[in-house]
Design a protein around this ligand. Structure first.
Ligand code: NAP
Length: 285
């Protein structure tokens, strides 16, 4: 027909080699659910000996294959293997994936588990990505940072990016050692924010609010400020300035928090401690 563009039929999103998630707990489960939402359910092979029956049913309903151990991979030729077991389980679990890892990109999200160790356990796979997601991945609002080994092809990097972005945003790192800094900022970060809610609630009680009201106000304030930050291109500094009238109440509070860089210094110390602990833990894994 004149004028009509002929287009090749596009493959359905579920077509392609399998994607394996080994360890379908909090984070592996969040990734699996994100991948299902991204239309990749039929490509998933989810391996975990302790999956709840309700989860197994839901994953299978979404088209995924589930199994208790690596034997479910017999005959499969996965394109990616996401290792999401606890770091202390990795030495025991990873070797079973060595054969499949030869022609796949391996993505490990285990905190502190170094590529050197993974290489040993997986018999030196060609393509490897180490990533650090964070807790809001559970609601698709996570931020992950990842490092890819030089032998990872750009197509494998793109695939890893697509998979890791199923739970939120992603930044690439130039060096593996930066993952400790990432863990200190965004990996552990949600806990700092939860502490801030607790501290604001406790302080609210000290100025006369009931525990219930103070807790609600603190929680909703952080929720709302986070949502505002997410929906606005404005920098946090400009957002802060825009709500700080000269001589007003916010300024009075910020003067206390910012006097001699108090909060900044405290946060710097906290993040440095987490970073240092990351290097210490890496020596044991
Ligand atoms: N949670 C986070 O916020 C977060 C953030 C960044 C990175 N990470 C990393 O993500 C990884 C998983 O953490 P998580 O919090 O999701 O832990 P988790 O909830 O304990 O999940 C790990 C899962 O692996 C399963 N498992 C144990 N042995 C297995 C095997 N041989 N094969 C397959 N699965 C096996 C566990 O089953 P059982 O419970 O029955 O042993 C569990 O369901 C860790 O390496 C952690 O460092 C987590």
């Amino acid at each position: 027909m004149p004028g009509k563009r002929l287009t090749k039929p596009q493959p359905a999103p579920s077509e392609g080699r399998p994607i394996v998630v080994a360890g379908v707990g909090h984070m592996g489960g969040a990734i699996a659910r994100g991948l299902i939402a991204a239309g990749l359910g039929a490509r998933l092979i989810l391996i975990d000996p302790g999956m709840k029956q309700a989860d197994v049913r839901a994953f299978r309903k979404a088209g995924a294959t589930t199994g208790n151990d690596v034997r479910v991979l017999t005959g499969a030729n996965p394109e990616a293997i996401i290792l999401a077991v606890k770091p202390q389980m990795m030495a025991q679990v990873a070797p079973a994936y060595a054969a499949a890892a030869r022609s796949a990109v391996v993505i490990s999200i285990a905190a502190g588990t170094q590529i050197e160790s993974l290489n040993l356990w997986l018999d030196r796979p060609k393509a490897m990505v180490r990533a650090m997601p964070n807790l809001p991945a559970a609601i698709g609002k996570g931020i992950s940072a990842a490092y890819a080994t030089p032998s990872t092809t750009s197509a494998q990097r793109k695939l890893a990016e697509r998979l890791l972005k199923a739970t939120g945003d992603l930044v690439w790192l130039e060096g593996e050692e930066l993952l400790n800094a990432v863990t200190a900022v965004s990996g552990s970060g949600p806990a700092y924010v939860f502490l801030l809610v607790e501290a604001m609630a406790a302080a609210g009680e000290r100025v006369g609010l009931s525990a219930e009201v103070a807790a609600l106000l603190a929680r909703k304030t952080i929720e709302g400020a986070g949502a505002l930050l997410a929906s606005s291109p404005t920098s946090p500094t400009d957002l802060r300035r825009s709500v700080t009238s000269p001589g007003g109440t916010t300024e009075a509070a910020l003067k206390v928090l910012m006097a001699d860089g108090r909060l900044e210094q405290l946060m710097a110390e906290a993040i440095a401690a987490a970073n240092a602990r990351g290097f210490e833990l890496a020596k044991t894994r």
